[in-house]
Design a protein around this ligand. Structure first.
Ligand code: ZN
Length: 95
């Protein structure tokens, strides 16, 4: 599998088409959305906070403009793929 380096895009609402390799951040809604990193195409929506993801049910994210981290891990057990991964410094790390 080719290695995608993730970046962020700030958007006001969810784009109609999500690109691979982009974590879309919607600060207005405290949400982020990305396509499942396994490549299955499912949309994964994660509530985000500015608190580093310390609130239960929320994820924290960091980005330095080039790469992005999302934590804790994302577990897509509701999808067929059941993928589970971390996004760290722009790279997917499988659990
Ligand atoms: Zn998937």
């Amino acid at each position: 599998m080719r290695q995608i380096i993730y970046t962020t895009e700030r958007v006001n609402s969810k784009p109609a088409v999500l690109k691979d390799g982009v974590l879309y951040v919607m600060p207005h809604y405290n949400l982020a959305v990305h396509r499942c990193m396994c490549g299955c195409g499912e949309e994964v929506i994660t509530p985000i906070d500015e608190n580093g993801g310390r609130s239960p049910g929320f994820w924290g994210w960091t980005a330095d403009g080039i790469n992005v981290s999302l934590h804790p891990s994302v577990g897509n057990f509701q999808f067929k793929c059941r993928s589970h991964y971390f996004l760290k410094n722009g790279k997917v790390q499988w659990v």
